[in-house]
Design a binder for this molecule. Structure first.
Ligand code: OGA
Ligand code: ZN
Length: 371
């Protein structure tokens, strides 16, 4: 944005833009972000902030082409690109192509309305990859179809997004009814709506479940938007919402080789009080240990959220078929399945996770390439 004026104060530069708005840039910030303080190749900061005066003093500023020349009292001269200033207004974080607003859904999302993308196109075309990621971030859920009928075909699509997240269940996992299971998922029983691995310090981000076979009677999938449940609870019962957002509860998985425990609230909010994460998994929630006087109210709040997971007004149900892969934000979307009867046929899903950070990185790289 072109500049119509510069106003110099010792501790602040005020940039007046041609639309008559103005932005104050504190002098300490200008000094901290002087391009001369960056490594020329890595663009990382070499400048040691503590070598600067605590209150650097700005003497003058003038526009020189598409830069602003700043002279400080200690003799330092900066050439600040105008682009840098116009992209970084204090108090207004720079636009992020990976930031996608969540569109909350309830029973209004039908199986036919789930964003659906063809595996071959996602693999071959960066534009399609980007659209798939954007839609997946928006609804928290999508389906990739037309996958090759082979073990690993879903993983290859997940690897288009980024590094796989390894957990105590491996880098990838087989959801199959097995003898001697260490996890309810590896049985044929129903799995009530849940998020995976809330017992991890940072639960895995996006989950990929590639359906290789789903021939048994039963075994349908169910999903719900954990943010929509929380948002409605926030409006209907603010006291319950507050308890779920503030009181940490223990989540624990333990078997012969792992014992992974964390205390965290069911609902996590960011610094702007926006929903950022749901950890809800009644089968691995451990023994509640909040003070006794909090327990009755906490149980009431927890049961209210739980009751919403059973409410058809939030549930999306369909049965995955071979060649389909469901992809969802495991820190937002609750997933589950109905019981199945292994004597009637084979059921096999192949799963993996890619964390939110990798997903966001891919979106930024794709946006950069598309610009
Ligand atoms: C899981 C899970 C769902 C299914 O493996 O965590 O929830 O459909 N599986 O089997
Ligand atoms: Zn699960």
């Amino acid at each position: 944005m072109p500049v119509s004026g510069l106003e110099v104060r010792a501790d602040t530069l005020v940039v007046i833009w041609t639309d008559n708005t103005s932005t104050p840039f504190p002098t300490i910030w200008l000094r901290d972000n002087c391009p001369s303080g960056l490594h020329p190749q890595t663009h990382e900061r070499l400048l040691d902030l503590l070598t600067l005066d605590a209150s650097p003093h700005l003497l003058s500023a003038e526009c020189v082409g598409d830069q602003v020349k700043l002279i400080y009292r200690d003799g330092h001269v900066s050439l600040m690109p105008l682009m840098l200033l116009s992209a970084h207004h204090p108090g207004r974080p720079a636009p992020d192509p990976a930031k996608v607003s969540a569109e909350l859904w309830r029973a209004d999302l039908t199986p036919g309305g789930i964003p659906r993308f063809e595996a071959a196109r996602v693999l071959a075309d960066d534009g399609v990859l980007r659209q798939w990621l954007l839609q997946t971030a928006r609804y928290g859920l999508s389906i990739v179809d037309g996958l090759d009928d082979r073990h690993g075909a879903g993983i290859e699509v997940a690897e288009r997004v980024g590094f796989l997240r390894e957990t105590n269940f491996g880098t990838t996992f087989e959801v199959i009814s097995m003898p001697d299971p260490n996890n309810l998922a590896y049985t044929s029983v129903a799995l009530p709506l849940h998020t995976d691995l809330p017992n991890q310090e940072m639960p895995p981000g996006y989950q990929f479940l590639h359906c290789i076979a789903n021939e048994a009677a039963g075994g349908g999938s169910v999903f719900a938007d954990g943010f929509a449940l929380a948002q409605d609870l926030r409006e209907e019962d603010p006291a319950a919402f507050k308890l779920l957002a503030e009181v940490p509860i223990p989540f624990r998985f333990h078997d012969d080789t792992a014992d992974i425990l964390v205390r965290a609230p069911v609902i996590a909010l960011d610094s702007w009080s926006e929903l950022i994460e749901i950890r809800y998994n009644a089968h691995i929630a451990a023994i509640f240990d909040m003070p006794a006087e909090v327990m009755p109210d906490y149980y009431r709040a927890y049961r209210t959220y739980m009751a919403k997971t059973r409410d058809p007004g939030y549930r999306l149900e369909f049965k995955l078929g071979p060649g389909e892969m469901v992809v969802f934000d495991n820190r937002r979307i609750l997933h589950g399945r109905e019981a199945f009867d292994p004597s009637t046929g084979f059921r096999h899903l192949h799963g993996c996770y890619v964390d939110r950070g990798e997903f966001a990185s891919r979106l930024r790289l794709l946006a950069r390439a598309a610009a």
